[in-house]
Design a protein around this ligand. Sequence first.
Ligand code: NAP
Length: 540
Amino acid sequence: MEKIIFENEFTYKKFMESGKESEFDNLFDSAVKKVKSEFGAKHPLFIGGQEVFSTELLSERSPINGTIIGYFQKGTREHAKAAVAEAKKAFAKWKQTGYKERAKIFLDAAALFSKNKFELAAILSYENAKSRYESMGEVDEAIDFMRYYSVEILSNKGFSRKTKMPQSSVTVSAGFQGAPSDMEKVIIEMKPYGVFGIIAPFNFPISISVGMSVGAMITGNTVVFKPSSTDNMSMLTGYKIYSLLKLAGVPDGVFNYLTGPGSEVGDELVSNPDVSGIAFTGSKGVGLGMISKTYAAGHQKVFVVEMGGKNPAIVSKYANIDDAATGVASAAFGFSGQKCSALSRVYVHESVKDIFISKLIEKTRNMQVGNPLEKRFYTGPLISENAYKVYVDSVEEIKKSGRILYGGERVVSQESGFYVEPTIADLKHDNKLFSKELFVPILLIDTFKTIGEALQKANGTEYGLTAGLYSKNKKEIREFTDGIEAGTIYVNRRISATTGAMVGLHTFVGWKGSGLTGKGTGSKFYLQQFMHEQSISVTQ
Ligand code: NAP
């Protein structure tokens, strides 16, 4: 196979660079019409390549206006058991498939996703209520993951290596610790574990689902994939992922598609002794719950787990305030604060608080909320009524001990979804809202006097996912990069204070309560987590 160099997909950027923005919009608008005409179909589970039907259906509606997207099977514990059995059966052959052949399948899959990217983005906009730019960025990220992991496994030759016995002039006949053995040939192989349960969140249903699934499969494991299926649903994107991977040549049983409640089918994947590993992205409560349940039951499993965040930014007196206000507004309010990397706390130096807040409000005012299928709206509705309740309760809580500086109300819309204003609030750091992940567009602001105090406040939660600093002072920048307890950090980034990690450029990794393994996605150490080493010594 010829040498392949990883390049990001960058769809929107490429259209812009070639002066074809209107073509991008036309393609997206046509895709919206096409996917809508296909809504309302009934979709099966896919277990061992076979269509499987349950006795109950789940109906998925768009958060934009309740449009029916489709009907999906309410999988049960028995379906999860059957899917695990098929994945276990398929593992025997898949693990023998060479890494080059596996990489070829996922490079072909990347090409297929790329060919269908406008339809995938349109589905995502309906299902997640993302703007066209956010949706296309996410589809690009899924394609990037497939290509990046393919290039990684190819360029590292499957991660296996030979080692060489150091030459010695003496031959030792009896064995004791430290004695070299002659004629010993050693190869260290990285081998797959077996069946992985892939449990995905609602908010990046294409990129995170693809990233975790391909990470497991390209390293030789087989997968039972469960998209988010309760309340915040993303079952149609899951179905499309299944269809495109099958078309690309993923064999039956290697990737099984299982819709159904986390508490039942997800729990079965966690409890089933034939599942060797779980790759999970979601909230901290669910993530830690599944790990503690497994070990409390005396079971052994590998967990590749990414969890929530309560991401801070620090705005220093040495900041470019315009950059800070721009980056803070986009990080806090893009996709209505529902990115795991979303900014939800700002600590601003007391001397620049007023100017920063006035600029921030000015930027936020331009972020119009409405039907995200329309180009003019920056962001759409919240994912569900439950998210809206969190928003309302949090605004009430803020009013008790702080001040709403901007927003705080439901937006009047022609659509029936839960559209809310981006909200900026003045509140003290000791309020409980400063440490609780809300996942709605509420940005809390407090002040600081010294950078040490800002860092202490920024580090004062159980999470450690992303963080940002705005300061032109080199000493402050060093103190921040040395002292901040977060895996993905940015300094003086105008486009966004805390969001927008790119495959191959950044690594996306959570510290503390935001992640388990300390190894990030879209980076050098991700794939190794899906394999265990075996040292094979053969003396002829
Ligand atoms: P969630 O409520 O934790 O759900 C995540 C997945 O877990 C869903 O598929 C859910 O299934 C399943 N699940 C629920 N209970 C389960 C159980 N007892 N056993 C097994 N599986 C179970 O998270 P979410 O609301 O979808 O996503 C938002 C959260 O994800 C936020 O906390 C966000 O910060 C985090 N996130 C983190 C990252 C990161 O990279 N660190 C990225 C994205 C999102 P059902 O929904 O079908 O019941």
